[in-house]
Design a protein around this ligand. Structure first.
Ligand code: PLP
Length: 430
């Protein structure tokens, strides 16, 4: 648990605010973020990179709430976007288009036009066909598009197969062995300006070695390109640093950055990084309430008001999220001296924490030892990244509210959706 979420007595707090107060004021399910936790990670990057020209491009898809983007923008961050929609969010949040890199394998003509109009820093081009399209669209607008190739270094990120992106069999980037030929081609396209190189090998990496292996391969390409007279302004080494959900031991931001800077060995190119999860993941929790306790023949269920539509990671990746009671039951605190250990047995059970959705895959956690009563509040930890941003309206469930806590202040940064919003664009036919 990040230090911004902590127990004071039996009550779970975020910064100076009891989570119970947030539930009372904004209802559940609700995403709750700590502003201090959000800024802390970005500061660690900035400090570790001091002395080397750099740009931190926060990966918007991890959590795209406007308030969060605005906090990062005001701290000087740029943004890594993967759609035109994310570009619009960045601009609406006060982000600087000149600090935006645009990744993704399927950029549409409309998205490319929008990004060229906005004047983004760079397109991270992921295929030969995209290079052609980018050149054509730029020509039609009388512009020169800044381009970088996303190169697939064929490095095993040793993470979940769904979030591993740097292997030969993945759909991302251009093959390492084809990169030089594509750079030559790009150099000859009149409406492109080659500015850099990019890679991103996967997400939730808990070791530094794959990052280093990828960086070394990318730097070898940079040298080869320089020999051909293609000089790059920046090297973008992507995102992917993992966080602790349970017992993982991901690298500290400072150590990860130091290792990357070590591979650069005094080169002068600007270093771009695209962290997502590591900036927001442990800065947020999903606050939910127990609706029912159901004691089955084989298993006990705590049915909560959050579901896979709110937080899909357990259902999608079998991901683990720590789940804590917002109020610790007094008898759950181990106190062997009072001789009343038996009470704890009565209250505490092993629960499947499940949502109301009609899918067996709708679970938040398996086999959790919790002392809870109906109506108890639970905090699902490490939910700040790929939580709200992957949420849906399955089962016509309005999406949760989002709150940022800043010291003693709580700010509603996204209102709970209403059901009428969900079908506002639908029409009945005669
Ligand atoms: C998702 C993504 C990121 C961020 O990944 P994290 O694991 O959240 O740090 C960075 N770059 C690209 C291209 C991505 O697709």
């Amino acid at each position: 648990m990040s230090s911004y979420f902590h127990y004071r007595g039996s009550q779970l707090y975020v910064e100076q605010v009891p989570l119970a107060d947030i539930a009372a004021q904004f209802d559940t399910p609700c995403y709750v973020y700590s502003r201090a936790a959000l800024t802390d990670g970005l500061r660690q990057f900035t400090e570790a990179l001091r002395g080397h020209e750099h740009l931190i491009c926060y990966a918007v898809k991890a959590n795209s709430n406007l308030a969060i983007l605005n906090i990062f923008a005001r701290l000087g961050a740029g943004f890594d976007i993967v759609s035109g929609g994310e570009l619009q969010r960045v601009l609406a949040a006060g982000g600087d288009a000149r600090k935006v890199v645009f990744s993704g394998v399927g950029k549409s003509v409309a998205e490319i036009r929008m990004a060229l109009d906005a004047g983004i820093l760079c397109f991270n081009v992921e295929s030969a066909a995209e290079l052609d399209r980018l050149n054509k669209v730029a020509e039609s607008m009388g512009k020169i598009a800044p381009a970088s190739l996303r190169v697939n270094p064929d490095v095993d990120a040793k993470t979940h197969p769904y979030i591993s992106t740097g292997l030969k069999q993945n759909k991302f980037g251009v093959a390492y062995d084809e990169a030089i030929a594509l750079y030559r081609r790009a150099r000859d396209m009149p409406h492109l300006r080659i500015t850099g190189i990019d890679c991103h090998i996967g997400s939730q990496l808990t070791e530094t070695s794959p990052f280093i292996a990828a960086a070394e391969k990318i730097l070898a390409l940079v040298d080869t390109l320089a020999d051909e007279g293609i000089h790059l302004e920046h090297i973008d080494l992507g995102g992917g640093v993992g966080i602790c959900y349970r017992n993982e031991t991901p690298p500290e931001i400072a150590d990860y950055v130091a290792a990357l800077l070590g591979t650069l060995r005094g080169r002068s190119e600007k270093l771009i990084l695209e962290p997502g999860r590591v900036l927001t993941g442990n800065a947020g929790v999903l606050l939910t309430r127990v609706e029912y306790l159901k004691h089955g023949e084989e298993k006990n269920f705590a049915i909560v008001d959050a579901a896979m539509n709110d937080l899909v990671r357990p259902a999608l990746y079998d991901a683990f999220h720590e789940i804590l009671p917002v109020a610790q039951e007094p008898s759950h605190k181990s106190n062997p001296s009072n001789g009343r250990g038996g009470e704890r047995e009565n209250l505490s059970s092993i629960y499947e924490i499940v949502g109301p959705i009609c899918e067996t895959g709708d679970f938040i956690g398996h086999a959790r030892d919790l002392a809870i009563t109906p109506q108890a509040l639970l905090a699902v930890l490490s939910a700040g990244a790929y939580g709200m941003s992957m949420s849906s309206n399955y089962n016509t469930r309005p999406r949760a509210a989002e709150v940022i806590v800043d010291g003693i202040a709580m700010h509603l940064v996204r209102e709970r959706e209403t059901v009428s919003q969900l079908y506002a664009g639908e029409k009945i036919i005669l």
